[in-house]
Write a protein that binds this ligand. Sequence first.
Ligand code: ADP
Ligand code: ADP
Ligand code: ZN
Length: 214
Amino acid sequence: MKIIMLGAPGAGKGTQAKQIADKYGIPHISTGDIFRANLKQGTELGKKAKEYMDQGLLVPDELTCDLVMDRISQEDCKNGFVLDGFPRTIPQAEALDTALAKIGQKMDYAIDVDVPDENIINRMSGRRACLNCGATYHIVSIPTKVEGVCDRCGNAVVLRDDDQPETVKKRLEVYHAQTQPLIDYYKKQDILKTVDGTQPMEKVFDAIVEILGA
Ligand code: ADP
Ligand code: ADP
Ligand code: ZN
């Protein structure tokens, strides 16, 4: 099962993708997590990516596409994968389709987690992320058991640099200009499914399981 998560920044793609990965036993591939891991390790890619991320801009396709193509060609992706945060542009989507076509495959589902802009700023200002294990929480709707501490690994959870309200506004603009066109792209391929992302986390997941099958 090969799945793409679509949706605005903060729509809940990562939250849902992790649960999909657990339930269906497929890897969760988040380009944002890959960039942040690179930054933490101090790689050239990480440093370059941060320049764009901190401004709320997309990292250029040249730095993004090969990385994903390498990752999905690995052994653990043989039975499928869930992409979270990729593709984010039409050229990225085309690169993905081309790479899969070469091995006689195609994506199965593009799930759009639909959340209006009004809800996004609130979601993002309350998001807390563990930069060690990638877990995400929300101070109101999905709090950590102990304030400021990751349930999963015990490290500190923080407000990401790019989750400051001014940067979130920019990211939303970028989303509408560059990523939203993918909704039509996958509608034309007949693999688009939309779920109402304003529901509580469990309800959103139920709607996704309904689409993918239990
Ligand atoms: P969110 O979870 O809020 O959607 P991500 O963690 O997916 O954010 O991405 C954080 C940032 O990393 C983006 O704002 C962008 O700068 C960069 N990024 C992540 N994925 C991509 C991609 N596919 N193409 C370009 N930039 C990306
Ligand atoms: P994305 O990966 O699309 O950027 P996240 O999964 O990181 O989004 O979710 C953004 C924020 O909203 C996080 O703080 C997360 O805990 C919270 N969140 C996710 N899903 C829901 C939901 N259904 N209801 C309320 N808050 C949610
Ligand atoms: Zn953690």
